[in-house]
Design a protein around this ligand. Structure first.
Ligand code: NAD
Length: 262
């Protein structure tokens, strides 16, 4: 499929590892210049180097915490100054901790809002003027399949990410005539550092081996395994492609069939 992403400029946040890293490399494979950010400069530089050496694209990296609104805006402006345009933006970061409701603190609620909702708002606010001026843009947020089917131990994520869905649907309505689409991808269990630490936590809580917990999880997934980060990345790239120009305001799950609703 011709994605039409060659020479476009894609911002991918949280791209030093996991799904973000795979997404940055997938855009690079399409010939897009990539702007990467996360908190760890060394890891970011490693991903950028991989993108340059494997795909010959231009890269830009900056290390900061995406929950800092001023840093997000400065990064978006620096990306624009570097490449002269911003075509795609993938707001992403780690997820909030898994905890029973009564064990959560107000500080954790504040942190979850800053990390998983306010950062998406900051990115959208900073990139949309550029996209509107170009009359072309794609925003693809990354949440979780639990936006459709809340998971009991993920109350912080379940609650805060519902706000991301509201943002995506609202922006899709407001900016469609500007050639901009806004969608959301909801991964299910995907083999990354994040899922490994969630499974390790379950193993500790139940005093069972990690392998047993992983088998239990995979038994519940209709395809019988976790997704690979590259499979989630491929869906994000497709949503950013020319072929997906008529898709907006949607949540696409990449969850191996884990969501049981219609
Ligand atoms: P990951 O932990 O492997 O990677 C997260 C990335 O975000 C890393 O590059 C990390 O450095 C960066 N990051 C974390 N906090 C940041 C911050 N404050 N500022 C800047 N960068 C930050 O996670 P992943 O598995 O790739 O998950 C990506 C997203 O998908 C997360 O929101 C996660 O909750 C969600 N998700 C993951 C799974 C899964 O099974 N892996 C399932 C459902 C949803």
């Amino acid at each position: 499929m011709e994605t039409g992403l060659k020479d476009r400029v894609a911002i991918v946040a949280g791209s030093s590892s996991g799904i973000g890293r795979a997404t940055a490399l997938a855009f690079a494979a399409e010939g897009a210049s990539v702007a990467l950010c996360a908190r760890r400069q060394t890891e970011l530089d490693r991903v950028a180097q991989e993108a340059r050496s494997c795909f010959g694209v231009q890269t830009f990296t900056q290390a900061f915490d995406v929950s800092d609104d001023a840093d997000v805006r400065a990064f978006v402006q620096a990306t624009h100054a570097r490449f002269g345009r911003i075509d795609v933006c993938v707001p992403n970061a780690g997820g909030p901790p898994a905890k029973p409701f009564l064990e959560t603190t107000m500080e954790e609620w504040e942190r979850a809002w800053q990390l998983n909702l306010r950062s998406a708002i900051s990115f959208a606010h900073a990139v949309l003027p550029h996209m509107r001026w170009q009359h072309w843009g794609r925003i693809v947020t990354l949440t979780s399949y639990t936006v459709k089917q809340p998971a009991p131990e993920l109350i912080l994520s379940n609650t805060i990410r519902a706000g991301v869905m509201g943002l995506v649907r609202s922006l899709a309505g407001q900016f469609g005539r500007d050639g901009i689409t806004v969608n959301n991808v909801g991964p299910g269990f995907t083999a990354t550092d994040r899922s490994r630490s969630l499974l390790e936590q379950r193993a500790r809580n139940r005093n069972l081996p990690l392998q047993q917990i992983q088998s239990e999880v995979e038994k519940e997934i209709p395809i019988g395994r976790m997704a690979r980060p590259e499979e989630v990345a491929a869906t994000i790239v497709w949503l950013a492609s020319e072929a997906a120009a008529s898709i907006t305001g949607q949540t696409i799950l990449v969850d191996g069939g884990s969501y049981r609703g219609l």
